[in-house]
Ligand binder design. Structure first.
Ligand code: MEV
Length: 439
């Protein structure tokens, strides 16, 4: 069977599905049925989803859960989370409740600047290039006026354009390094449009610049694109309480706090641990980022680069005990938007944002950071006390039961059984077998 095809994107949706099922599946009816069972019966809604991307054949569901009781700067939130991992929402909810009883989360947006760059090659003298740049600096802004005027009216826009000489690292390589304030928009389209206009201005003005030699006049723009590294778009989230207030039934507050701080210190100096530690933070962050229609790949890339900003990959969060007060905090770059993109389009995204009281981008940065810190707290709390598997497997129990197509009655019996027994894959399998053989 020929598995290559040309003009695929031009086929109708049903032609695409036919080609896929005939090319890749032996049971074509079953494949078609699986694809179609995820279609929405509301045709308009389905069309909306079809048109988000090219070559849509169906929808891919993720659960949208909610974690209530998040007290952030004295306001209560229920946080929407789109994620498939069984224990994440449960852990977030538990951490939220824990800190709600201890003063809640405190957050602060530290900065909101975003960066974009025009990467170009120039064959000549940097001093001459710099003089040229100074003469056309204002022209960049005037030429981009039609793109920037609305953003400027709202208080945002281009903050600064800098010429950077990168020739020590790469021959003939220079940049326009541009700072932006994009307010409630994530700003990717705005930034990229500005950059592409700067590139045009740069090339056109160079051709007319008399002090340039013929060679210097021909600036080669390699690309113009925003950076997902946003070390100046940073939010801080923190929890803090007396060490004694961490005491619970089987847990001594002081001993717990000390072990917790130790666990964070390990993640600060050991990259193998730091990556997993930060992955736990991203469990919370990605879930809210996704639920609110933001670009989780951009967030992931930016956050991990930030975690390595001092030359070695390290923990994003930190903890200390001072004067018997435990403090756990994190500073994290989050370039988020609450207008534009999917935010006004995807009905579930609109719902998620409304649940959060239609936050500004700054407010969303704080909420998302808190979800990350809460998740990290929950993970470290389990890891340093009971171990992660107890809670994890409890939540995973339903997945195993579903794998064995357990009925509702079987699920009820076995869930009760595993309240008192340790969940492992083999323990669940034998419990199901036992139950079924005794039925
Ligand atoms: C699992 O998704 C996340 C954890 O591994 C995070 C951590 O180890 O801190 C539990």
């Amino acid at each position: 069977m020929n598995k290559s095809i040309s003009g695929f994107s031009k086929l109708s949706k049903s032609q695409k599905i036919d080609w896929i099922v005939n090319t890749y599946f032996s049971n074509t009816n079953n494949a078609k049925q699986v694809i179609k069972q995820y279609w929405n019966s509301d045709e308009k809604l389905q069309q909306l989803h079809d048109e988000f991307i090219e070559n849509t054949i169906t929808n891919y569901y993720l659960p949208l859960g909610v974690a209530p009781n998040f007290l952030i700067n004295n306001t209560l939130y229920t946080i929407p989370m789109a994620i498939e991992e069984s224990s994440v929402v449960a852990a977030a909810s538990k951490a939220a409740k824990f800190w709600m009883d201890r003063g809640g989360f405190k957050t602060e947006v530290i900065s909101t600047t975003k960066i974009g760059q025009v990467h170009f090659l120039f064959q000549g003298d940097f001093k001459v290039l710099h003089a040229f740049f100074e003469t056309i600096k204002d022209k960049f802004l005037t030429d981009a006026k039609s793109i920037t005027q609305n953003m400027e009216k709202r208080g945002g826009g281009i903050l600064d354009i800098e010429l950077r000489n990168k020739t020590e690292d790469l021959q003939n390589y220079y940049q326009l390094h541009v700072k932006f304030e994009t307010l409630d928009a994530m700003g990717a389209n705005f930034i990229n449009s500005c950059l592409e206009q700067f590139a045009k201005t740069l090339k056109a003005e160079a051709l007319n610049y008399e002090a340039f030699t013929e060679k210097e006049k021909h600036i080669e723009v390699v690309m113009s694109i925003l950076s997902n590294y946003v070390p100046d778009c940073v939010v801080r989230a923190e929890v803090s309480c007396k060490v004694d207030d961490l005491t619970e039934k089987n847990i001594n507050g002081k001993a717990f706090a000390e072990k917790f701080v130790q666990a964070v210190k390990i993640a600060e100096i050991e990259p193998y641990r730091a990556v997993t530690h930060n992955k736990g933070i991203m469990n919370g962050i990605d879930a809210v980022v996704l639920a609110t229609g933001n670009d989780f790949r951009a967030i992931e890339a930016g956050v991990h680069a930030y975690a390595a900003k001092n030359g070695s990959y390290s923990s994003l969060s930190h903890a200390k005990i001072e004067d018997d007060v435990f403090t756990f905090w994190m500073e994290i770059p989050l370039a988020l938007g609450t207008v534009g993109g999917l935010t006004g389009l995807h009905p579930l995204v609109k719902l998620a944002l409304e649940m959060l009281n239609n936050p500004s981008a700054k407010e969303l940065m704080q909420i998302v950071a808190v979800a990350g810190l809460a998740q990290n707290f929950a993970a470290l709390r389990s890891l340093t006390t009971t171990g992660i598997q107890q809670g994890h497997m409890k939540m995973h129990l339903m997945n195993i039961l579903n794998q064995f197509e357990a009925t509702d009655a079987e699920k009820a019996t076995l869930t009760k059984h595993f309240e008192k027994h340790t969940v492992s894959h083999s323990a669940v399998v034998s419990a199901i077998e036992n139950l079924r053989s005794n039925a």
